[in-house]
Design a protein around this ligand. Structure first.
Ligand code: UD1
Length: 419
């Protein structure tokens, strides 16, 4: 596993293009199975989760060509309806392949997904919904075996607006008989991108971005060409990189409206934000202000995927901030590492409320990334800290950032990746 070496102190400034979204490309790559044809996908982020998805597609018989930006998948020859346990363990979002395979073959053999660092991350909502659509589900030797003679549209109400369950239902329903009405659906922008992709191949999906999604099953889908939406979490991370180092950054090819939940909080911390059609500009204040209370929520609330990064920022704000993590019960592994760098953070007895007393300075240390966004938060802290920081465990960061060291270096950060 690689490491990042960072010498803190440089103000990060400049312009950066936002690349395609990890959480959009992954469900899209699971949907390409459905059209039994060609899918041309532009703006694919070059991250390790994309590479795992390619391996899964190749394993099930698809032909994939990828040049680091555009991917062409031919799923007409796919003939395997299972995903190896090894690949399933590599990333949690592999579970979205369940919907793609079930929709196409009415039969899937899949194991429990990996990527469980953030707590239990159950899949009960996915399975309950697929049962409601007529799928028989049984477990054998750690595998979940799903079979459906017919997939029939119905009304599904999710107990929680789960992103993954919403996507699995959309995929399964695209070729099902009749209409599926999904209420209390997740409203994340990536769901809208998935709707656009599915409709591009001839599906009939309406309402993504709201809490009610209606999918009218069609008999057949066709080839599609699509450009993946920009990554709002990577964009948010780069905004924080400028904010935490006292710099300024202009993000291009961004979607400012996707970033409001984050930019509104950065304004509270004292940053100046100016947005236009596809750009977001941030200028850091001379002194960061605390945020009295920040709670992570499903979209359009503050994204849990930005909680660790904003915590690094608030570690240097002059006053006390409180963060409440309400989406994942164990998203706190970065805290012990931030403390090694001099951050003053207390975890309340409930384990999900964090009290951050801003310090004047963080200092360099050797710290370990234990998950994707926690790793990014440590890199941000290292850029702002006095002295040298080594962040171990690059593999987590590489899952979701396309060469983060290059983006940060382009902005003037002193960061080096060592394989
Ligand atoms: C997706 C994102 C992830 C993000 C998360 C929340 C992708 C590839 N990943 O993950 O980056 O952090 O949304 O915005 O898009 N839950 C259940 N039962 C289920 C499913 C979920 O109880 O069957 C719970 C989870 O434990 C969690 C909450 O619902 O507490 C939200 O999870 P979910 O929205 O499903 O997250 P993911 O789709 O895994």
């Amino acid at each position: 596993m690689g490491v990042y070496h960072i010498s803190g102190g440089n103000k990060l400034s400049g312009q950066l293009r936002v690349y395609g979204a990890k959480n959009a490309i992954l469900p899209i790559l699971a949907s390409v199975i459905l059209n039994a044809g060609e899918s041309v996908i532009h703006n694919c982020p070059n991250i390790s989760d994309t590479c795992i998805s390619i391996k899964i597609l190749e394993d099930i018989g698809c032909k994939v060509a990828y040049d680091g930006e555009t991917m062409v998948v031919d799923s007409s020859v796919a003939d395997v309806c299972s995903v190896s346990a090894e690949l399933m363990r590599e990333m949690r979002s592999s579970f979205i392949f369940l919907g793609g395979l079930l929709g196409r073959f009415h039969k899937v053999n899949i194991s429990y997904p990996g990527g469980c660092e953030l707590g239990a991350r159950p899949i009960d909502l996915h399975l309950k919904a697929l049962k409601q659509m007529g799928t028989e589900i049984r477990e054998e030797h750690g595998f979940i075996i799903c079979e459906a003679k017919r997939l029939i549209g119905t009304h599904i109400n999710l107990d929680l607006p789960s992103v993954g369950a919403t996507e699995n239902i959309m995929l399964t329903a695209a070729l099902a008989e009749g209409e599926t009405k999904l209420t209390n659906a997740a409203k994340e922008p990536e769901i809208e991108d998935l709707e656009a992709f599915l409709n591009g191949m001839g599906a009939d999906v309406r309402g993504a971005g709201t809490d009610t999604i209606v999918i009218r099953g069609v008999k057949k889908l066709h080839s599609v060409e699509h450009t993946v939406m920009p990554d709002r979490i990577a964009a948010g991370t780069f905004l924080v990189a400028a904010a935490i180092t006292g710099g300024k950054v202009l993000l291009t090819e961004a979607r400012p409206e996707h970033l409001y939940p984050v930019t509104s909080r950065l304004i509270e911390a004292g940053c100046k934000i100016a947005s236009e059609d596809s750009t977001v500009y941030l200028e850091a204040p001379t002194e960061l202000r605390p945020i009295e209370f920040l709670r992570t929520r499903p979209h359009p609330g503050f994204p849990t995927d930005m909680q660790p990064q904003i915590m690094s920022l608030l570690s240097l704000a002059q006053g006390v901030s409180i963060i409440s993590e309400t989406v994942f019960e164990s998203r706190s592994k970065h805290i012990a590492e931030l403390r090694r760098m001099g951050a003053d953070i207390i975890v309340a007895p409930d384990g999900t409320t964090f009290i951050i007393k801003g310090v004047r300075k963080l200092h360099g240390a050797t710290v370990e990334s234990k998950d994707l966004r926690g790793g990014a938060a440590l890199i941000l802290a290292g850029l702002a800290a006095e002295g040298d920081t080594t962040v171990l465990g690059s593999k987590h960061v590489e899952r979701g950032y396309d060469q983060i060291e290059k983006s940060l270096k382009d902005l003037g950060g002193n960061i080096r990746y060592e394989a």
